[in-house]
Design a protein around this ligand. Sequence first.
Ligand code: FDA
Length: 452
Amino acid sequence: MPSIQSDVVIVGAGVTGLTAASRLTAAGYSVTVLEARDRVGGRTWTDEIDGVTLEIGGQWISPDQTALLETVDELGLTIYYRYREGKSVYVDADGLRTEYTGDIFPVGAATAAEIERLIAHIDTVVATVDADKPWEAPNAKALDEISFRAWLESLSDDPVAVANVALFIAGAMLTKPAHAFSALQALLMAASAGSFEHLVDADFILDKRVVGGMQKVSLTLAEQLGDRVHLNAPVRTLRWDEDGVVVTADGGLEASARIALLAVPPTLVSRISFAPPLPRRQQQLHQHLSMGLVIKVHAVYETPFWREAGLSGTAFSPYLVAHEAYDNTIEGDSRGTLVAFVSDERADEMFRLTATERRQRILESLVQYYGPAAANPVVYYESDWASEEWTRGAYATSFDLGGLARFGDDLRSPVGPVHFASSDLAGLGYQHVDGAVRMGRRAAEIIGGLLG
Ligand code: FDA
């Protein structure tokens, strides 16, 4: 059995694991990275589908995501801006389509004012939440015991305002129904992006892209790490005591180290058998987290026809199958690419259909947003992360009701020589690539301090 010895063994070659490996290597420590898949990047994956380069996973960067922007710069990568010229489209509960500008949906003056009031109110609460420790916020426990939907309904009796405000966190971010996660979890999401107002502003939250695709961040880091990164090596067992760890992966690979970093989503930790078992607290807390569910759909056309109609490609409706859509054309491509998202229970509904029926239903949303030309893309692709053995959902994990206040303060606590990190454990950049960079850096700093 091949056995590798190093200071640190890192499980997972997503952005978190590779960032930690890069930092530890630069600090002079020996590192072994074991990755289950046949590629690096985890939830970032840029691939060529039927002749078009598509971002199957994470792709956008917002201006507050400074850790990722620094990494992009350090790696010599470049960025460009998402296309956003022209009007957005909103479709209401009656199927009425309106073109508009600005961030607030065209929903009638009273509801628009109510949406603005709700957003302002939420942001006064967000200001009291430290994204790194939301469980310490005033009333954290009470805010974690009420669903986001119930909380919004307690703040407003305008159902259209509630549906629209809920969309920004439920369908658009945590990709769970608003009844399935707490107000505190929603406040963490907003605090992690600076404010709720930022989540509402598509031009802020979906600002920039990496030339060549977001996976380039991982590919470049992995290239620098060379043969320290082992692919096709799913870690199955981890033996540990106070002196160190021994992990085994498929292919008979064994790696021993003084410290292990599990750079995987917390929902996948229990896929590894631990000897001795992880303590009660970790066993419990990992069971209170779950992945959201979203289908990211790409539709590519001969031309970006919506631009000629004065549309930016940005479209929203809490009522359609695809609740949001954007222009996702790669800079310099003469074709036009739209990306649309189908979340949570609507994704369940779509996955009950055949592939042909599903495509037709999803394209119907695009036709409602952009007109009949949207019905016939030359390339159509659905990202299906929930079927991926080493992810099992998208975009990321969040707690059930009460879980964040109850378990949050132990999310990042190490167990002996076993440390945990992932974008899902981040404060700033929570659930985002920026959070993965931050968690990777943090883990490297703590582990470096322990190794001395
Ligand atoms: P990640 O899951 O990427 O990496 C973990 C790695 O561990 C994986 O490579 C996995 O294979 C491996 N692994 C798991 N178990 C293992 C085991 N037992 N042994 C060995 N290896 C194991 N973010 C953003 O900033 N902007 C965006 O636009 C989007 N959009 C978006 C769209 C979609 C469809 C998805 C799925 C995600 C996004 N995100 C995003 C989220 C972002 O992609 C995500 O938060 C980070 O890439 C997560 O990086 P991590 O390294 O923490 O985990």
